[in-house]
Ligand binder design. Structure first.
Ligand code: UT7
Length: 326
């Protein structure tokens, strides 16, 4: 055991746009039903950003709440990472726009594109800056306007996604090199580009010149999800030297209640320890984990000092897991 600098999450915040889209609302647009959507996914409703709301607007709202929760101000920030697959503009990075809108000082700011796994990727990257002493106060945001890239004639995808943002403030914390330390204990990141056709957007800057629409072979993605996520979680637990029975809260990416349950069952994680917001948020891609974390912290479930397990999987295919003590 020796002293080690860790990356601690010191504040969490989130934001959901006002507009609620229920399953019944979607049944008026495509051939679907509340029963089908709820039974297959666990989703009841999702949020949709207003036409004049950019993803940076959602990100800034979540960021302000996270800063307040951490007792910090924008002035303190020297690192901003935004995980998003639906940026305001092709460039500059949404993180640079967030920096300007928050009035944060000059510092490091960039975006991460790992789709639904973006938040786990971004947090792991932040760990490199904070735990190596290259940043003192970071803002890690997952923010998405997924409804802007949906094909509203495709019932197999348009019912699954929603808009929102979640943010965490990260700061250095000195630990003893044990699993009792506060902060990030381990992470595992994966990408299998061979499977990119299972989940992608059919447009882009250097190909079609158009934004494109989300395409997914849902059933195939589902099959990979449970196996891959479970493997990454076990690898992250191994790396940290943690037994999964020690985990207080499992905060998964919120794609489908059946995936959440499948992973929890496979790993013997009690459902009572799983934070699920999929019913109300649907799949908000990179925003879903910090959104769910914020809900469970604010309602008193997740408490300081507890061991939290994050996992995600998305386009790429990308996936990963992260263990941290709050
Ligand atoms: O965050 C990124 C990762 N993404 C995910 O994790 C998503 C993973 N996939 C899923 O969550 C599920 O595969 C879905 C919810 C997308 C679909 O559930 P499924 O049990 O895999 O259904 P399926 O795709 O095998 O489709 C079953 C049937 C099909 O009809 P037929 O061919 O059996 O006649 C679909 O056409 O359900 C039909 N269907 C619908 N019916 C009513 C597909 N979408 C709908 C719909 N409403 N919205």
């Amino acid at each position: 055991m020796s002293a080690v600098l860790r990356t601690a999450v010191t504040g969490v915040g989130s934001y959901l746009p006002d507009q609620v889209l229920t399953n019944q609302d979607l049944a008026k647009i495509v051939d679907t039903s509340d029963e089908w959507i709820f039974e297959r996914t666990g989703i009841h409703e999702r949020r949709q950003a207003a036409p004049d709301q950019a993803v940076s607007d959602l990100a800034v709202e979540a960021a302000r709440k996270a800063l307040a929760a951490a007792g910090r101000t924008a002035e303190d920030l020297d690192l901003i990472i935004v995980a998003t697959t639906t940026p305001d503009l092709t460039f500059p990075a949404t993180a640079a726009i967030v920096q300007r809108k928050l009035g944060a000082p000059m510092g490091i700011a960039f975006d991460v594109q790992a789709v639904c796994s973006g938040f786990v990727y971004a947090l792991s990257i932040a760990d490199g800056f904070i735990a190596r002493g290259n940043a003192k106060c970071g803002l890690i945001i997952g923010a998405e306007t997924m409804t802007r890239i949906l094909d509203w004639t495709d019932r197999s995808t348009c019912v699954l996604f929603g808009d929102g943002a979640g943010a965490v403030v990260v700061e250095p914390a000195m630990g003893q090199g044990t699993t009792a330390d506060r902060g990030i204990l381990s992470f595992v990141l994966r990408c299998e580009g061979e499977k990119q056709d299972l989940l992608y957007v059919d447009g882009g800057v250097s190909t079609t010149g158009q934004i494109g629409k989300l395409r997914m072979q849902g059933h195939q993605v589902f099959r990979h999800a449970v196996i891959n996520i479970a493997e990454a979680i076990e690898a992250a637990a191994d790396k940290a030297g943690v037994d999964l029975s020690e985990v207080d809260w499992f905060v998964p990416h919120q794609a489908n209640q059946r995936i959440l349950k499948g992973v929890a069952d496979r790993l013997g994680i009690d459902e009572a320890r799983v934070v699920s917001t999929v019913a109300k948020h649907a799949n908000t891609s990179a925003a879903s984990i910090p959104l769910a974390m914020d809900v469970a912290i604010r309602d008193g479930r997740i408490k300081p000092g507890q061991l939290v397990l994050l996992e995600a999987m998305g386009g790429g295919l990308t996936w990963g897991a992260c263990l941290l003590r709050l």
